[in-house]
Design a protein around this ligand. Structure first.
Ligand SMILES: Nc1ncnc2c1ncn2[C@@H]1O[C@H](COP(=O)(O)OP(=O)(O)OP(=O)(O)O)[C@@H](O)[C@H]1O
Length: 212
């Protein structure tokens, strides 16, 4: 269970959100919507541990995660809009880098996990390709596989359908639904209302449900 309590953030004295509180249970997908500039990415960056919040707390499965913007752990897996893949590494290397270097897994372990993720996300035939050789939808799936390789407690997607065609969007929807059926805890930030509706989960509208 992800539990956000009274999270507050301002930039230069301007409050972006105040007392933001909600929970996301395993197997649940929370969709976060709202117009550009409302604070969705700011929230994701705080959740990812990349920037500090001013107050409040983030708890995952009863464990408090730091909100000072210096978190090193792999509790939260974020799939960024531009994917942030390492251009100099192949698909397999992108997926195995953090398990190898950060989690210090044994070769047999990370190799097996990567093979399973590649098969699961239909990427096996691209395992030796570099990011520049992939389509947007394929890069998106590599970013999801790379996040999943660290076995995060929460997966958060920033605008996962931006730049994707209809078929790739449907594919992202079915991946999110597959992970949902395996009890993942997922958050999806999106502008894409038909996509948000297709996810069929709770919706948090930053323009209505959030104090500032
Ligand atoms: N580092 C920063 N310093 C000052 N203001 C910032 C900073 N980062 C973001 N902002 C402001 O905070 C507000 C929220 O930005 P944020 O990027 O979180 O919005 P968003 O809802 O994700 O928008 P979009 O959908 O366009 O990505 C915006 O007004 C933005 O200009």
């Amino acid at each position: 269970m992800l539990s956000i309590k009274n999270l507050t953030k301002s930039y230069n004295g301007r409050t972006i959100f105040k007392d933001l509180s909600f929970t996301v249970a395993p197997g649940e997908v929370l969709t976060i919507v709202g117009p550009s500039g409302i604070g969705k990415t700011t929230f994701l960056n705080i959740l990812a541990g990349l920037i500090p919040a001013d107050g409040g707390s983030i708890e995952l499965d009863g464990k408090e995660l730091t909100i000072d913007g210096t978190r090193q752990g792999s509790e939260v897996g974020v799939i960024f809009q531009d994917f942030n893949l390492f251009p100099q590494y192949t698909v397999t290397e992108n997926i195995t880098l953090a398990p190898r270097i950060v989690a210090k897994e044994k070769k047999a372990t990370y190799t097996k996990t990567a093979a399973e993720l590649l098969a699961d996300l239909d990427l096996t035939e691209h395992q030796n390709n570099y990011p520049f050789e992939l389509s947007g939808g394929q890069k998106q799936r590599v970013a999801i596989a790379r996040a999943l390789a660290m076995k995060p407690g929460v997966l958060a997607y920033d605008e996962p359908t931006s730049g994707l065609d209809e078929a790739s969007t449907e594919r992202v929807t079915s991946i999110i639904q597959k992970l949902q059926s395996r009890n993942a805890t997922q958050l999806v930030v999106t502008h894409d209302l038909p996509f948000a509706q297709s996810l069929n989960g709770k919706v948090l509208d930053f323009s209505k449900d959030v104090e500032r």
